[in-house]
Design a protein around this ligand. Structure first.
Ligand code: GLY
Length: 414
């Protein structure tokens, strides 16, 4: 019998598996095996990027491997390419795991071109996605003062996009005309980490206040029933909320999986820096909205309201006209966030969150989800921008980044 996705939701699965949440040596070994797999893929990527003389062009960063392809497509690292920080971030995590000085050297070299962002006028909110995985991890692991200063300068740059009348950062300056006002996207929650971090590491306390205002305004206007709009539009001059709409989701009010994932991770991170209980309960509210209709294997479809989900079986990993694509990247962002969130909540809730994280990593351990020998990415089956027809059923660098982050957190937690 064809098992459709609706027949076993995550809530049912959690009930079945919650008794087996205790950490075991077996879990730790499985995560170590997965981290070893990541290290193999990292080394394959590095050797693919080297030319015949062994030279790598560090100004070009792997972005994706599209459906049917087997090699990375590269993009120039600059302020307009939002994914340029993820491969450096993967290298920092791989260095953290392996302690290999050759990987450290590569992490430093891939991070180097991003330091220019500290001297360049900000392009949009993605400066956070560019420097948090790369420079912030570099600073965490090396204490290099150049990295700290660059992060402080980038935080000041991001803060220039803040509109105090609205109470949020303008995410896309170039799209103010298209949206008819100050636009803020859910993804921007992730970039508040740069402001909180800077305020704690020698930057102005105003950066923390901006992050708090942004998180509060977003909490007030950017959701309906715990579900995130992708874009919130505000009046630039008087700051009032105009409307919620989508850019990468199916429709304005549907749950675009990665947008919801950014919200879960974002509010969990806000709690880490502020210990404000409002953020903790909101992180749970948005997590619970996501978990309610999550497929049993814990990897969401690209948008929870795609009508084709009803036709889709969990084994349908190649989307077609009648079957909805998955988004492994969202599952990795959420798994990583839940591993953190579980540390802040009561025992029962923690069990549920850890169970979802474990299921995600168990699913992604299976060969059909992995680049494996076929390509050097860690994972397959992410969806970048479905409405634009871009990066559907692809390997994407940010999926791999949040995957290795989740594995490292799981090794410590599960
Ligand atoms: N930040 C853009 C995305 O999630 O696709």
């Amino acid at each position: 019998m064809r098992k459709t996705v609706k027949t076993l939701t995550f809530a049912a699965l959690t009930a079945l598996t919650s008794a087996s949440c205790a950490p075991t040596a077996g879990n730790i070994n499985a995560f170590n095996t997965d981290l070893e797999y990541c290290d193999i893929q990292v080394r394959r990527t590095l050797s693919e990027l080297a030319d015949s003389t062994g030279t790598i062009d560090y100004t070009m960063s792997p972005r994706n491997i599209l459906d049917g392809e087997s090699h990375w497509n590269l993009r120039k690292v600059d302020r307009t390419e939002w994914c340029g920080g993820f491969v450096p971030g993967i290298l920092w995590y791989d260095y953290e795991v392996t302690g290999d000085s050759a990987i450290l050297t590569q992490a430093r070299r891939f991070t180097e071109p991003l330091l220019a962002l500290a001297q360049t006028p900000v392009y949009d909110h993605d400066i956070g996605f560019l420097v948090i995985p790369s420079i912030m991890n570099g600073y965490r692991l090396t204490g290099d003062e150049t990295y700290r200063q660059a992060l402080l300068d980038c935080a000041d740059s991001l803060a220039t996009l803040y509109n105090p009348r609205v109470g949020t950062i303008l995410s896309w300056p170039r799209h103010v005309g298209d949206y008819g006002g100050h636009n803020t996207i859910m993804d921007n929650m992730m970039n508040l980490e740069l402001l909180f971090w800077a305020a704690d590491n020698g930057g102005d306390d105003r950066l923390r206040q901006i992050a708090i205002h942004h998180a509060d305004t977003t909490m007030a206007y950017h959701f309906h029933d715990g579900i995130a709009y992708h874009v919130a539009v505000y009046d630039t001059l008087d700051g009032h909320f105009l409307r919620g709409c989508t850019h990468q989701g199916l429709a304005d009010s549907t749950m675009w999986a990665r947008g919801q994932a950014w919200a879960i991770y974002g509010y969990t991170m806000c709690y880490r820096f502020t210990h404000d209980e409002r953020y903790l309960s909101f992180a749970q509210e948005v997590a619970d909205a996501y978990l309610k209709n999550l497929p049993a294997d814990a990897v969401p479809f690209w948008d929870f309201n795609d009508p084709r989900i009803a036709n889709s079986a969990l084994s349908d990993l190649t989307p077609s006209d009648s079957v909805a694509p998955r988004d492994a990247s969202a599952s990795c962002v959420v798994a990583s966030a839940l591993l953190e969130l579980a540390g802040y909540v009561g025992k029962e809730k923690a069990k549920e969150y850890l169970s979802v994280a474990r299921q995600t990593l168990t699913t992604l351990h299976q060969p059909q989800w992995r680049g494996g020998e076929h390509c050097p990415a860690f994972l397959l089956h992410s969806t970048g921008n479905f409405p634009a027809g871009s990066e559907i059923n692809a390997s994407i660098s940010y999926a791999d980044y949040y995957y290795i982050e989740a594995l490292i957190r799981a090794r410590k937690t599960l």
